[in-house]
Ligand binder design. Sequence first.
Ligand code: PEP
Ligand code: MG
Length: 325
Amino acid sequence: LNARYLAEIAQPSQSLCGKAFNLMVNSGLAIELETTNPAYTDGVGLYRTEFPFIMRSRFPTEQEQIELYRKVLESYPTKPVIMRTLDVGGDKALPYFSIVEENPFLGWRGIRLTLDHPEIFLVQIRAMLKANLAIDNLHILLPMISDLAEVDESLRLIKQASFEVSDELAIELPRPKIGVMIEVPSIMYQLPELARKVDFCSIGTNDLTQYLLAVDRNNPRVASLYDAMHPAVLRALHQFNQQAQGLQFPTSVCGELAGEPAGILLLAAMGYTSFSMNSSNLAKIKWLLRRVELSELALLLPEVLACQSAKQVRQHVQRFLEQKQ
Ligand code: PEP
Ligand code: MG
């Protein structure tokens, strides 16, 4: 089966009717990127920076971070690399920075933590900007944004880091594009304001599902309730894309949903065209997209949006998928 998918890995990412898609990879380790041929993807849609922080026994220095980020940026020299600022807290703990909370997923995580510790944020941004100097493919992505003031404060700090680096090296810096993760429901309802402040957004369906359904994504007791195919999640994603398109706000999807056959079909049916996934799913997803027509997806979407349960949604999509296998 894998060989069948891999046979088309070098083909263009487009539907049977010619609609082009942007397929990027998610990664947390530089070594992972080296195993994916950059020629077969459109860049790195999500580089999770937390792993190098988690693997050490102290915060990595600016120099260590520069070297690491440069390796990542250089592995895709002609394509965009979207680097997310540190997203710890929640389920991701740093061994040397203890956080004890009753509700970690609702607590001090992602941008909340780094804005309270601007020294961590500034060092990371400075390292990203320095790593980007001769390459200029860096995009910066802000995780766990739930409020516009967090965007303003992040932009202020990025500007500050940029001034510092520019001053220190006495050169003009390329200005990276800046985006926001859509993973907390509140920010979905502030899209016009958000679109005026930043260059792009990326939907994190893993956390968005968790927060829309109030289901801990790691708690086995409620695992059966955690489903991105829940009709409410799908309607939210559909409405979001309609609004983003109206605002011409560049949007991609980087949660696990985009790497699932049923998920990519529904996202494509909603009109999303830019996706990022684990490299292990890339060949399969490209293969599938190359077999669908937008007109058949347009028929599938209203049926699915009218479903009352995730189970029903899955049955509908499964029937569709079986015709393609
Ligand atoms: C997400 O929440 O969907 C996401 C891509 O980020 P992470 O899984 O790292 O929280
Ligand atoms: Mg997330």
